[in-house]
Design a binder for this molecule. Structure first.
Ligand code: ADP
Ligand code: MG
Length: 456
């Protein structure tokens, strides 16, 4: 395999595990410029990137190189002239629309409408219905048939990568087929950022007026407004404004309204006042149907065996399922052949193990703090605040389960606590989670965050 192909494969792999902004930041204008028996020389644009690749990504890069070229033991990074041509060819969109690259996490082929923020690829046609999402799907279709009047607001919740964004954008796309209707899709984080900016620019009234003109407002991942007073206030007033005129509101979250901490009561009761539907993990049959759906237009045919193999081994999260499928597709493009079962197994093994599945104590701590909406400092310090006691026990438990830290090391990370305190906390959470369904669910959600925050 040529250096070019080898690096292309590495980039393909990194692209799958990193956000777009991260990927372009660290891998733009990198290329292999030299190769010896046991090492490669990779050229990078500057010292800053060299340092990052050496310290943060070297292991992962080496790992993915060694799948293809096991003899390579080392990578040397050299600051040099970027080979823009190669990158341009392979990732032309990425290089060309430099404007977008630091702002968006959308996939490269994203076709995002400038006015509505909707991505055309999310349609009802491309959504596979299973028992895991039947209710949510039906509610979404219901909204398109009777906007503003049937289920208002519609609140979808469920874990990461299970199709919430897909469904709510499908509603948006359907509704905006009628050009007279004003639709806006916005992730809650961006919504909050807009508000902060508008406050600074003293344009908050303009912003409110804009929201009030909408026929359909879709706010994704609404749990992010928890604890943000001004954002909640604007959501509340916008909500009342729209609701009062039978305009439709759709919200999504990783958990039901009552489980969002520090959400104002008045908002919670508004969110609970319409239709609430959950999405869960798909069963095997649905996972296979999703894989088939994702293959449409991809110009590659995979046998039932292979699809079955992928679907059997990736169960929780549709985004991961898609990621695995993309790996298999990438393989077939690079080697110009359809992988057999054994090769598929290899491809999935590297996908399922590190680097994708790796985490760090810091990421566990941050995920716990974020989930409970407390500061990292409160979580790890000796504070005795009541609201941090349980999160801290959960942090201890997850550090034990998800990282290699010992009990004393965990105690160290959490304000110098004694190892017996840690053991006690771990046992407590373990036994409680066996019988306490909401707690079990919380642990699942936090773990999802831990692993999806890998590149943050
Ligand atoms: P969430 O918002 O719940 O985290 P997304 O809507 O972003 O999840 O879904 C992750 C990926 O999985 C998307 O690419 C989406 O198209 C796909 N997906 C999830 N569920 C389905 C489904 N039932 N049919 C087809 N694609 C799906
Ligand atoms: Mg989403």
């Amino acid at each position: 395999m040529s250096n070019e192909e080898l690096w292309k494969a590495v980039l393909g792999e990194m692209e799958l595990t990193l956000s777009r902004a991260n990927f372009t930041t660290w891998f733009k204008n990198t290329t292999i410029v030299g190769r010896d028996k046991n090492y490669l020389i990779v050229s990078v644009p500057n010292g800053f990137i060299k340092e990052w690749l050496e310290n943060k990504f070297n292991k992962k890069i080496l790992q993915s190189i060694r799948v293809i070229a096991p003899e390579i033991r080392e990578i040397r990074y050299s600051i040099g002239k970027p080979k823009v041509e190669l990158i341009k060819q392979d990732f032309s969109k990425m290089v060309l629309d430099k404007e977008l690259e630091d702002k968006s996490d959308q996939p490269f082929d994203a076709e995002i409408d400038k006015v509505t923020n909707l991505n055309k690829k999310y349609s009802f046609e491309s959504f596979v219905i299973g028992s895991n999402n039947e209710l949510a799907h039906a509610a979404c279709v219901g909204v398109t048939k009777n906007i503003g009047r049937l289920y208002n607001p519609l609140f979808l919740y469920g874990g990461v990568g299970l199709g919430k964004t897909h469904l709510i954008q499908a509603v948006g796309n359907k509704i905006s087929e009628n050009k007279d209707r004003k639709v806006l899709y916005i992730p809650a984080e961006r919504f909050t950022a807009q508000i902060v900016e508008a406050i600074l620019n003293k344009t908050i009234e303009d912003l409110k007026t804009q929201y009030a003109k909408l026929d359909l407002l879709i706010i994704d991942d609404i749990q992010f407004i928890a604890g943000k007073v001004k954002a909640q206030e604007i959501v509340f007033s916008t909500f009342n404004e729209l609701y009062g005129r039978n305009k439709q509101i759709i919200l999504s979250s990783d958990r039901p309204p009552k489980a969002i901490p520090t959400l104002e009561e008045r908002l919670r009761s508004r969110f609970e006042g319409g239709m609430i539907a959950d999405v869960n993990s798909p069963d095997l049959e649905t996972r296979i149907a999703i894989l088939k759906q994702k293959l449409i237009g991809k110009n590659i045919e995979l046998s039932e065996d292979i699809l079955g193999y992928i679907a059997t081994h990736i169960q929780k999260n549709v985004r991961e399922l898609e990621g695995a499928l993309n790996r298999v597709i990438a393989f077939s493009q690079i080697y110009n052949k359809i992988p057999d079962i054994k090769e598929t197994k290899n491809i999935l093994n590297t996908y399922l193990s590190a680097p994708y599945r790796k985490t760090s104590p810091q990421s566990v701590l941050k995920s716990v703090a974020d989930f409970y909406n407390i500061s990292l400092a409160d979580l790890v310090k000796r504070s005795r605040k009541k609201e941090v006691v349980k999160p801290r026990q959960i942090a201890m438990f997850l550090l034990r389960e998800e990282t290699k830290l010992s009990f004393p090391e965990i105690g160290q990370k959490l304000g110098g606590r004694d190892h017996s305190t840690v053991i006690h906390a771990c046992e407590k959470i373990r036994s409680e989670s066996a019988v306490d369904e909401p707690l079990k669910q919380e642990l699942v959600l936090i773990k999802e965050r831990v692993y999806s925050s890998f590149d943050k």
